[in-house]
Design a protein around this ligand. Structure first.
Ligand code: OGA
Ligand code: NI
Length: 360
């Protein structure tokens, strides 16, 4: 099935619901009891994050320090699928400008934002839903999605023209984050026992990789115990670099069946492994389910940069990671085909990856 050109129902920005002063969450945002944030995880004193924190300065020092940093990355990718990075090389001034510009974008009146309303054909622009299932229960969040790279797919006219600095700031930010992703790809590659450039080549090389940014805006929610800002999902692509809000928590990661609330440290990024790396690594590295809970008093903005393989390459487990005692766990598929599933169905845990697992 192809992605339809329009949404099945009129889209209502969640921010406009909050601004209208509603005190009840409309029925189409109310999750079934099993999916609601449990009281446990809503309690700010419990379940606080211990996802590993890794100092990336080690990657640019001598061989022993590099090996130590790679080992930490490897352990984090196996155990958590998530880690925080410090000394990542992205300028903090740029991070602050990014936050300021995008806050200004979302602070505009609804009509200024809906001028960029997106469609499920490419998702580029301002939107409030991920799947096209008619009657689906929706998430309590709005977003702006844009294509950063490859150049052939980038259309800066679809990026916000207001505030005036937004396009330039986003361009600079994307460039620095892509550089960080390149360094992480090398470290991930060697930590899997592959040559430094192996993963990047598997992704289609420097000119082939895809980079998309989704700026998530989670408005205040009057009944935050009934809904989610983003339902449980794993990221479909390669790696995700998340710039979260240090002040307002919201991200939860699944660990041994529990939801663990992540506490981002100031200045750090959160990195997570997507489905394509689980697939290429033949299941050695894990793309882990996560979700976002919302908050009755604070809104929250996060920036998710998705670093993805080129869309038209058939990807499967890398031959070096397929062994007699570890046969190929997944069938090959292109990322374009793979992503269509999530775009049609919305976030659904890890169902998509499971659907291409071989039955062994
Ligand atoms: C995502 C995501 C987490 C967050 O955009 O895929 O998981 O904290 N975001 O907004
Ligand atoms: Ni995600």
């Amino acid at each position: 099935m192809e992605c339809p050109k329009s949404w099945p129902e009129p889209v209502v920005p969640v921010q406009s619901l909050t601004e209208s002063g509603a005190t009840l969450v409309p029925a189409r945002y109310v999750k079934p009891p099993s999916e609601r944030p449990s009281l446990d995880t809503l309690d700010q004193r419990r379940g606080i994050s211990c996802i590993p924190v890794i100092d990336l300065a080690g990657l640019t020092r001598g061989p022993a320090e590099r090996a130590a940093a790679e080992r930490l990355i490897s352990d984090a990718c196996r155990d958590w699928g998530f880690f925080q990075v410090e000394n990542h090389g992205v300028s903090l001034d740029l991070v602050e400008r990014m936050r300021a510009d995008w806050r200004e974008f979302f602070d505009q009146p609804t009509e200024a934002k809906t001028a960029y309303a997106n469609s499920p054909a490419t998702y580029e622009g301002y939107g409030s839903r991920l799947g096209v299932d008619k009657g689906a229960i929706l998430d309590w969040g709005d977003y702006f999605f844009l294509v950063f790279t490859p150049q052939t797919l980038r259309n800066r006219d679809k990026w916000p023209a207001f505030p005036a600095t937004c396009r330039k700031t986003t361009e600079e930010y994307g460039r620095e984050v892509v550089r960080l992703c390149g360094a992480l790809m090398e470290a991930l590659s060697t930590s899997l026992g592959l040559g430094t450039g192996a993963l990047q080549r598997a992704f289609g090389g420097d000119d082939g990789v895809g980079g998309n940014l989704r700026v998530n805006f989670y408005p205040r929610c009057p009944q935050s115990d009934l809904t989610l800002g983003l339902s449980s999902h794993s990221d479909p692509g390669g790696i995700t670099i998340l710039l979260a809000d240090e002040r307002v928590k919201g991200l939860q990661v699944r660990k041994d069946g529990n939801w663990v609330t992540v506490q981002p440290r100031p200045g750090n990024f959160i990195v997570n492994i997507g489905d394509q790396l689980q697939l290429l690594s033949n299941g050695v590295y894990k793309s882990v389910e996560h979700r976002v809970v919302v908050n009755p008093v604070e809104e929250r903005i996060s920036f998710a940069f998705f670093y993805n393989p080129r869309g038209d390459l058939k990807l499967g487990p890398l031959p070096e990671l397929v062994m007699p005692d570890r046969p190929a766990l997944y069938q090959p598929m292109t990322f374009d085909e793979y992503r269509k599933y999530i775009r049609l169905n919305g976030p659904r845990g890890k169902l998509q990856l499971e659907s291409i697992a071989t039955n062994i």
